[in-house]
Design a protein around this ligand. Structure first.
Ligand code: FPP
Length: 248
């Protein structure tokens, strides 16, 4: 198996972790067992991303739409997140990983939020991989809250409408300060964005795989990165222009 070019790694990888429910169904198990198995993939992929030297790994753990799932499944997912955060804290500290979360924080149950805030705080000084969890996240609601915040600043006289540009909008997104994803992976066979990083993924290379999330492992991540490295990113320019420059 060829190895990825370490000098041309994606700085930011974002993943839609889909297929947990189907994985469980295939094995005649309840859906929640699929989510539980999915946590093992999360641990494996976080380790792989860290070892490779990826800057940011964003994982879509819970969408704004996921609140519509049966209450027991929602409860179980929140429980898994809490346990994951509690048990990973020491590993994250030891491995120089810092945690960030994007999404509607106020909708996260208080006991999960408390653990989340503690891990964020205790890992804030770490300079290695940024593990960015998207929780109660939706791209449209993210853009909407950014517009509201900007409008409020205009009303308060802090900002004037003429000075609003893309950079200002980006500063009001949950991802402020993070680079845009270069590579966006979706497991589980669907080829949709499902309201994930709508603004930030404008120029991301999209990679879809049939592999269900609980089966997705380091080797599959490397395959996705190799595929990414074969593509030429043009950012709207001609192929020749893009070869001469790397910025957009
Ligand atoms: C989609 O599979 C997956 C989710 C809605 C949740 C993802 C959560 C985890 C992997 C575990 C917890 C996360 C962390 C970061 C510890 P699906 O249920 O939609 O699968 P299906 O399409 O086969 O039904």
């Amino acid at each position: 198996m060829p190895k990825p070019d370490i000098a041309a790694l994606p700085r930011h990888i974002a993943i839609i972790m889909d297929g947990n429910g189907r994985w469980a169904e295939q094995q005649g198990k309840p859906r929640i067992m699929g989510h539980r198995a999915g946590v093992e993939s999360v641990q494996d992929i976080v380790r792989a991303a860290r070892e490779l030297g990826i800057g940011v790994l964003t994982l879509y753990a819970f969408s704004t739409e996921n609140w519509k799932r049966p209450p027991l499944e929602v409860q179980a997912l929140m429980g898994l997140l809490k346990t994951f955060l509690e048990s990973e804290l020491t590993t994250m500290v030891r491995n120089n990983v810092s945690l960030r979360c994007i999404g509607q924080k106020d909708r996260i149950p208080q006991e999960v939020r408390k653990v989340m805030d503690r891990v964020i705080q205790e890992t804030a000084g770490n300079t290695g991989l940024i593990l960015n969890l998207a929780l109660s996240y939706g791209g449209r609601s993210e853009i909407t809250q950014a517009v509201q915040a900007i409008a409020r600043k205009c009303v308060d006289g802090v900002l004037s409408p003429e000075t609003i540009d893309q950079a200002v909008l980006e500063q009001h997104l949950y991802t402020a300060g993070l680079p845009d994803p270069d590579l966006l992976i979706r497991t589980g066979g669907e080829t949709r964005l499902s309201n994930f990083l709508l603004w930030q993924a404008s120029y991301a290379e999209l990679y879809f795989t049939e592999i269900l999330w609980p089966d997705f492992r380091k080797q599959d991540l490397l395959t996705a990165i190799l595929d990414f490295q074969k593509r030429q990113r043009r950012f709207g320019k001609t192929g020749k222009q893009a070869e001469q420059t790397h910025d957009h």
